[in-house]
Design a protein around this ligand. Sequence first.
Ligand code: NAD
Length: 506
Amino acid sequence: MAELDLPTIPHWIDGAPTASTSGRTAPVFNPATGVVAANVALADQAETDAAIASARRGFEEWSSWSIAKRQGVLFAFRELLNARKPELAAIITAEHGKVLSDAMGEILRGQEVVELATGFPHLIKGAYSENASSGIDVYSLKQPLGVVGVISPFNFPAMVPLWFAPIAIAAGNAVVLKPSEKDPSAALWLAGLWKEAGLPDGAFTVLQGDKLAVDGLLNSPIVESISFVGSTPIAQYIYETAARNGKRVQALGGAKNHMLVLPDADLDLVADQAVNAGYGAAGERCMAISVVLAVEPVADELIAKITDRIARLTVGNGAQAGDAEPDMGPLITDQHRQKVAGYVDIAEADGATVVVDGRSLVVDGHEDGFFFGPTLIDGLPTTSRAYTEEIFGPVLSVVRVGSFEEGVALINSGEFGNGTAIFTNDGGAARRFQNEVQVGMIGINVPIPVPVAYHSFGGWKKSLFGDAKAYGVHGFDFFTREKAITARWLDPATHGGINLGFPQNT
Ligand code: NAD
């Protein structure tokens, strides 16, 4: 039910904001105040079909443009994004809650992919083998898929769409983006920017909605592929449904990332990085560190150092700029705050010690905001659901282990395999770690090892369903379909005549 007198955030169809007629909406909060700031449209089937049809028209037009003209649009988009990113950061902070500098950080990581995509001609140019067989040339073309669906999570409302859209568009596809209904405005802002950059109408379409819109994309015969990022149960559903419907699919899921600390590590560096990676963005990052595995005897000293740093962290409204900017903003919703608190309750009930407790934090002047203070847990049993499940909040647990081997075995026993890090000065141990750990992205004295745009992003196990990671070379492979052509220009003098045998190389 729509809150009265509030704006309704529209779709972006046919190159313009498009009001919804579905009669369905969801509230969009300002998490720092707890106030509903707007409603967002939730598409029905007719709107979903209209968005997809518009994208198909956009594809017909866009894919007919020359590489030179398409590259011009990519460069214009990059320049506009670079010049106007503070606007986007403010939009992200208002709906997501993360602090402004962190919103800017996510935009910059997305912008890296735009910059990679500007070089697309080199990455989609195919290959040519002259005279592969006598008088026969073989060459390959990389063509766009058509209409591609992107479904994004709440925690990176700009960066995750930018992981996929620039590469998909550069390769000649049209994108239908279904953003999270919790922070839908960044997607619209990006749509306006694509238009300003010169992208034809329909080639970047935003469909606001929930499961109904997602299922509409999954079931549409016009949508050729799905790129999804979100929680593991939904990622698995997306993967299975899209694959059953014959689509190409990459579905990135949840995470539970460990930091393994060897006794030789610099514990001040480790404490700094554990705090950054555990509490940055209030822990709402798929690459956040959730568990510190401390190889004894360093746990007590490390806990003291982390506790000391937590005492200096500030929590508040992320929209406060400059010197007033806090370290951490609120969580996305009150419901999510309760879920995070529930995991701390579980940890306590399972025998852990809550060293620093953020459950009852109240921020002055923002009493209704969805705040949760940085929380530190010691002695968490590895059988506890607070250890095995993703918390997605500012909760860092220290688990004491006796050896490198015990730590690696624990990391490998989990169901996720997104990111992990080792902190040590021992190169041999780090090298063994990178070989033995069953995780897709590994940091060596780097706590959040998000690969640069020309490498690819993705985890193992239940952190990624499908074969292709996001961006990098994987991205270009995912968003293109290859044709191999074998050509012979007949020379009447050497015409081979009839031969029903299988073609041989001669
Ligand atoms: P989510 O799974 O709830 O939602 C993701 C998207 O799926 C949203 O667009 C949402 O509208 C849609 N959705 C939700 N329920 C659905 C359903 N039943 N059927 C169809 N579609 C549905 O995830 P979230 O809470 O928005 O994001 C947080 C999660 O995303 C965390 O688990 C986090 O680890 C994960 N994440 C993973 C990565 C990665 O790269 N692996 C990156 C960012 C976030």
